[in-house]
Design a protein around this ligand. Structure first.
Ligand SMILES: [Zn+2]
Length: 199
């Protein structure tokens, strides 16, 4: 890498900080950017700044949005009595793509993981309980991942929400154990949502 000019080395270093990008790929991407038109390179750099400036979390569901509340929370044709709890914003996107769910979401921003020191306070659980208390929620569908952390989070939530007058469901076994929601194809995901069961 020391054979590249300084500014290119810097770009490669920054790109290699991205998940899944090693130094080789970073160099390939940097050279691609270098070869691209001024217009494309400017648009890319502008876009990076733009997402940092504009994107925020919806104050209701904690999904990503540019205007708060997000479009999903504001959409009155959706079922506002149903909440689907997911770990990350890209899980919400996966479910939206599948078309399986027409209610509202609640993004936890993680899963319980005592090993990594992630307890209930690190997730948006308090806000979830607040929504259940104040909004007229009838069902909470737990769509956390089916790995150890996701399952632990689902059982913790089922326990915590027991005292509230809501039906609590868990997405069905169509989701392979250890599965990460965002990697599922749309049909599997839709089936898992349709066949959710009370817990
Ligand atoms: Zn929202």
């Amino acid at each position: 890498m020391e054979f590249y000019p300084q500014s290119l080395v810097s770009l490669i270093k920054h790109l290699s900080k991205l998940p899944g990008i090693g130094e080789k790929t970073a160099a390939r991407l940097a050279l691609h950017i270098l070869r691209s038109s001024d217009e494309d390179a400017k648009a890319l750099s502008r876009n990076i700044l733009e997402v940092k400036e504009k994107i925020r979390f919806c104050s209701k569901c904690f999904g990503l949005c540019e205007t708060d509340p997000c479009k999903i929370c504001l959409n009155m044709s959706r079922d506002h009595t149903m909440l689907c709890v997911v770990e990350q914003p890209n899980d919400l996107v996966a479910l939206e793509k599948s078309g399986a769910f027409k209610g509202l979401y609640h993004v936890l921003h993680g899963a319980l993981s005592p090993m990594s020191g992630i307890g209930p306070d690190a997730l948006r659980i308090r806000e979830l309980i607040e929504r259940i208390k104040t909004d007229e929620i009838k069902e909470v569908a737990l769509a956390t991942n089916t790995n150890v952390e996701g399952e632990a989070t689902a059982s913790y939530l089922a326990q915590v929400l027991k005292g509230y007058p809501v039906r609590i469901t868990r997405i069905a076994t169509g989701v392979p154990v250890g599965g990460d929601l965002k990697y599922l194809d749309e049909i599997t995901l839709r089936r898992a949502m349709e066949r959710r069961e009370s817990i």
